[in-house]
Design a protein. Sequence first.
Lengths: 529, 331
Amino acid sequence: MAYTSYVYLLLFLSITFLAYNLVPNKIKWLILLLASYLFYCISSENLVIYIVISTLSIYFSGLFIQKFNDKFENAKKYLSKEDRKLLKAKIARYKKIAIAFALIINFGLLLNLKYCNFFAETANSIIHCFNSSFSIPWRNIVLPLGISFYTLQATSYIIDVYRGKYKADRNLGRIALFLCFFPQIVEGPIGRYDQLADQLYEGHSFNYENFTFGIQLIFWGLFKKIVIADRVNTLVNTVFDNYVNYRGMTIIVSVLLYTLQIYAEFSGCMDIVTGSSQIFGIHLSKNFKRPFFANSINDFWRRWNITLGTWLRDYIFYPISLSKAFMKLSKNVKKHLNVHFGKLIPATFALLFVWLGNGFWHGASWKYISYGMYYYVLMILGMFCEPLFSTILSALHIKRKFKWYHIFQIVRTFIIVNIGMLIFRADDLIVAAKMLISTFSGFTFATLANGSLLTLGIDKLDMQVIMFGALVIFIVGLLQEKGYSLRQTIASKNIVLRWCVYFTAIFFVIILGAYGVGYSPADFIYAQF
Amino acid sequence: MNKKINKIKFIQMHKGWENPVKAISFLAVFAILLSITSQFVIPKSNETLKQYSAAGFYGEPKDSIDYVVLGDSNTAEGISPLEAWKAYGYTGYVCGEPYQTICGVYHLLKEVLSCQSPKLVVFETDMFFAKNGMEEVNNAISNQISSVFPVERYHNHWKHLAYKDFISKTDYSWKHTTKGYKLQMDTTPFTYDKYMEETDQTAIINTTSIFYFNKLISLCKKNDISIFLLGVPCATSWDYAKHNAVSSLCAKKGLVFLDLNTEVKNSTFSFDWNTDSRDGGNHLNYYGAKKVSQYLADYFKQNYQLPDHRNDKSFSGWNEDLKTYEAEIAG
């Protein structure tokens, strides 16, 4: 059930909203749970079993870990220091077994369902190198809805319980709802238990501001998805599917438009789901923060798919970089070789796993791993060459706080991100390289004016709508970047002006939306991960 | 002091009512604006009202059509009403649109009945399987909305809006020479790899389609219209499981179902996939459509009492159209 469909917006969301507001606060969470499982069953039918297994695995493992935590807390007062140490070691073993069980179940299901064919293909390639006729057969697998998203939520919960960040939840319903909450199950954001579970569980009475702001956010998301992303889709597919026929400016425009498409689509989806949650009084984590105003790739990844980035930071980067082994190594390098390198050694290793994880999470393909490695190499180069950059800047008397330098950084980051998007969208790394090289051949600005772009599946008016849409997104982003809250400002205006703005926005979506006859709806890109 | 308290009380009361009143007013203004924009974007001619020429029935004289065929592109390219006219003087119109659904047909039949009184309605059966369950529900909502606010369906016309669209009224007098039939002269053979292989399996007709099919039956009953279901030969999207599903549905409803695919398979209908398809088995060309239309005309003759209008002067336009049609075929 697509978030942009009538079934979702007019039936599912509306009925759930009505039911939620008709029942007493105490049992509102039950409505959300029922709706979420209904949503899941409609979309994934009997594959719902996998999310049930994940839910039960973290629920019981959590309780098991909690039981030992409590046991230790109760017993430690009466034990000698040595006995306490012994008990702690014993309990740590049991806790490790419990968390290993949950992690194996959850990552095991993800690896088995999402990556088994990738592993089989890779193994087959290796086997064929030895002239063996043996090959692991391809499995026809349909992925359960949102498995990449809810697996990360499930594992974050169990790891946090293991770490003692919070106590395990004794309420199975709350855990189940935390994992399968319908607005975030398809594309995230990847929620954290301590930020989300209580919000979902406690009933929220109807709040007019939440309702209106939620609806506005949904329309803003629809604008991005239906007016811009779905309109761009035809041109992007035409060029990327027949890349050998295009070069120069056509490739550049298609890459730029793909970046616009994926941003409009992913952030648009986040707006729709955040708005959907807000009407219930539930505030989801932010997943985007105007990423194209980023002045470095680090900054970009703090603004793009934020919840994935923070998950990788908290559960991969920190555990590795702060591990005893790397701290020790860092200390030795600082002492014997170079202080700067010594500082960077733990991060270098940790980031390797972060970016491998990032690429691998996006898809079971070398293309996505290359995508992760692309950012890894750039980040490491940036980190290691930082002293060199500082020296050059200082020799040229360029201060980082110069406004023009800041703009230069934004443009540089934008170009790097677009090359990343080319890798992300192209069929494989070789195709991406060929497309990148072909941008230099036959490059001419005349392509922009001679009408050749209008032979790629969209006409002049479509192109104008895309440009206008991009401009609107840019202006809104710029205002937000300057701390200006557009929704609050509009809400404070008189009713005539306010309604004029709302109706203009709504009719923009209705009239200019790329839906209905002549358009085929494009699937959400991130829903495929 | 009392005045001040009363004022506060009034404001509080007013506040309580303010939001629901605002919400209702907002929806009312929204509905009005939808109606206004619908008037602007709705095509002013019936030529572009539907895809292909499915809305050409508006241009025919009132209550002049004896039978209507409703379906998807297989219908529009597979049945030529002028063949039945030539053979028996029956007046028919083919309302075929690509990717048509049962729900879409329901709304289309209501439009047909606003200006025509057919005695027979033929439903092409491929549309039972046009969309999966959720898509069909979505499509049903879309159809329902566009029947009230046509801007939903015609919003893409903003690209072609001209000044006259804002001032002129609709004119639905356009007539289609071939009565909804889409003439195709190309030939691409279909090689018999897999076609109508018998099976006990039954394809699933989604609940929404069944719901709208029941509504269609009621609508036809209410207007005293006979119903007849037809499977136009189609080798690429039709199969025996679908045949079983529609047969079973028709048996339950007591309706006639003529699947020409089984007739082709059993060689009881002279049809040749080497010469009669335009695109390798999906759609029919003129030669295929001619055979289907003649077969259908004979079937009407045997089973339904449709009037012969060939000697009726008020239908002389049909003979003119037949001449044009034959000239077009002759090239």
